[in-house]
Design a protein around this ligand. Structure first.
Ligand SMILES: Cc1cc2nc3c(=O)[nH]c(=O)nc-3n(C[C@H](O)[C@H](O)[C@H](O)COP(=O)(O)O)c2cc1C
Length: 213
């Protein structure tokens, strides 16, 4: 277990991690692992397309006919070798979950990886599933929304949606790892991006590779 990433703020602080159907689900798994190790309570939302990508990219399959809220914490805990107790998962139509309302007081949300579809629906305020609604709550309450988009090349529509969300206060952190830290493995590249997200979430992470060190 990585002992170095710790939660700077209160231990009980919670955040939303939304995983959508863009490529790069390994980034999300690593982020969830690091947040769990830092003692953060996580409300994890998984789009239907993200389930397909989980299977395609890392061979993780959620059992059919089992509600995602029931199956996901255990699956993630086993795969990532972390405890399941700090992870809460919800169906995408669970409008009574804490992620669905500003009054629940969750202050931070990360969408990683963010598909162009979810990006567009957040940018137009669709709120048609729990991921879109939770992001809408973050924007209306002026709380922290981090969006980590993944697509290439980017169309004008993608760029306009990112600009719109950036102007509304969202942090756009595209999944574009740098190479100046001389990565040797895929894990090094993944950690480069996850470290940037942890920095923005204010999770202490002294082992992160930083420019100028
Ligand atoms: C293996 C796989 C990789 C994909 N990669 C991307 C991607 O990198 N970016 C993207 O915007 N969509 C990607 N897609 C397409 C999205 O999954 C699709 O547009 C989906 O409707 C997005 O739904 P969501 O936003 O609800 O997750 C991918 C699909 C699959 C199956």
């Amino acid at each position: 277990m990585n002992q170095t990433a710790t939660n700077k703020t209160e231990q009980s602080e919670s955040l939303i991690v939304a995983v959508t159907g863009a490529s790069g689900v390994a980034y999300a798994l690593r982020l969830i692992q690091r947040l769990a190790e830092a003692g953060m309570e996580q409300h994890i939302l998984l789009s239907d397309a993200a389930r397909v990508v989980l299977k395609q990219e890392v061979d993780l399959t959620l059992p059919d006919h089992t509600p995602v809220a029931q199956a996901l914490p255990e699956l993630l805990a086993q795969h990532l070798r972390i405890g399941a107790e700090g992870m809460h998962c919800y169906a995408l139509n669970d409008w009574f979950s804490p992620a669905a309302s500003g009054s629940a007081g969750i202050k931070k949300m990360v969408v990683l990886p963010c598909s162009m579809g979810t990006l567009a629906r957040i940018a137009c305020g669709a709120s048609d599933n729990l991921i879109e609604r939770a992001a809408d709550v973050m924007l209306k309450e002026r709380r922290q929304l981090i969006i980590a988009p993944r697509e290439t090349p980017l169309s004008g529509i993608h760029l306009e949606n990112m600009l719109k969300l950036s102007q509304l206060g969202a942090h756009i952190i595209p999944l574009m790892p740098g190479f100046y830290h001389r990565p040797e493995t895929v894990e090094d590249l993944i950690d480069f991006m996850v470290d940037r997200v942890l920095d923005h979430l204010d999770v202490t992470n002294p082992e992160a590779q930083r420019w100028g060190e």
